[in-house]
Design a protein around this ligand. Structure first.
Ligand SMILES: [Cu+2]
Length: 314
């Protein structure tokens, strides 16, 4: 398990694994020790060999031993746990900051230059600080290969984690807090790339340009994929958590506005309102409060692209 020639995926692997191995070793000693003693007692003190039970009335020496020894053992476990955890609580000042948005049911990542992705990109050998923002309910951001996990609490200030990736590669990200129906779909990836490559990637705008130049609405679709609209909406008529976008443009929809049923035609105004203030007009038959506002996360220009895309979903 512990081969020093293999570079560990992050700076925290060593501390966490050490605590884990120490606790595992101690548990193992107890498992073997207790089993052996139990079998020995079965043999030595069974009725044939030891017909008359010996009564023991306390032993100060034994009491002291079985208080002091476990105390030392727990303190050893505590020490390794503490030493592995303490460095996680303070991010270096020069760490690169990325905002992680967690919502039902996807993660999206926003970089310093405003770029948004559905896969986390980080540079190798540079400290990275993730500012964790839960938009609706509790989530938990978990990267097993980096040995980091942090609860994402809605409204909690300074909710963060940090790490320094040390090995190029792709690693899994999970949500580790049951957060509703499609919790298990909150599965994402962190890609560790060489730092020079990362700088190129950060400033690369050709990808976005390439998308816009293809089909109408392609940019809007990309935005929706990155930010996770398709966790709840389909384009093929299937209902998920929210209504399907199939044939949505120009379509008459029954909504409930302030407890009152009314019919509206889907236009720019309606879609924009649905995204910025989803609970103002709730589509009849759907649950209020599941979709939360994207105000601040999507700009008017993004909404315009999304509308362009929704027009094409026939
Ligand atoms: Cu979650």
């Amino acid at each position: 398990m512990y081969s020093p020639e293999i570079t560990q995926a992050s700076n925290f692997v060593k501390g966490v694994d050490q605590a884990f191995l120490v606790i595992l070793a101690i548990s193992f000693v107890f498992l073997i020790g207790l089993t052996v003693v139990m079998i020995w007692f079965l043999y030595r003190y069974n009725r044939k060999r030891n017909p008359v039970a010996t009564q023991i009335h306390g032993s100060t020496k034994l009491e002291i031993i079985w208080t002091v020894v476990p105390f030392i053992i727990t303190m050893v476990m505590f020490y390794y746990g503490w030493a592995g955890w303490k460095p996680m609580t303070k991010a270096p000042k020069d760490a690169m900051e990325i905002t992680v948005y967690g919502r039902m049911w996807n993660f999206s990542y926003e970089y310093a230059n405003g770029r948004m992705t559905d896969t986390l990109y980080v540079p190798k050998d540079k400290p990275v600080k993730l500012n964790l923002k839960a938009m609706d309910v509790l989530h938990s951001f978990y990267i097993p290969a980096f040995r980091v996990k942090q609860d994402m609490v809605p409204g909690k200030p300074d909710n963060f984690m940090w790490f320094q990736p040390q090995r190029v590669g792709s690693y899994e990200i999970f949500c580790a807090e049951y957060c509703g129906l499609q919790h298990s779909y909150m599965y994402s990836t962190v890609k560790v790339i060489e730092s020079a490559e990362f700088d190129k990637w950060m400033t690369d705008t050709t990808q976005v340009a390439a998308v816009t130049s293809t089909a109408p609405g392609a940019a809007g679709k990309k935005i929706m994929q990155n930010i996770g609209c398709f966790a709840c909406h389909t384009v093929d008529g299937t209902k998920l958590v929210g209504p399907s976008f199939k044939g949505i443009w120009g379509h008459e929809v029954t909504v409930i506005t302030g407890g009152q049923k009314r019919t509206v035609t889907v236009d720019e105004e309606y879609i924009k309102k649905s995204i910025y203030d989803p609970n103002a007009d709730v589509v009849d038959g759907y649950t209020k409060g599941l979709m939360v506002s994207y105000q601040g996360q999507l700009k008017d220009a993004d909404i315009a692209e999304i509308i362009e895309y929704l027009k094409t979903v026939k």
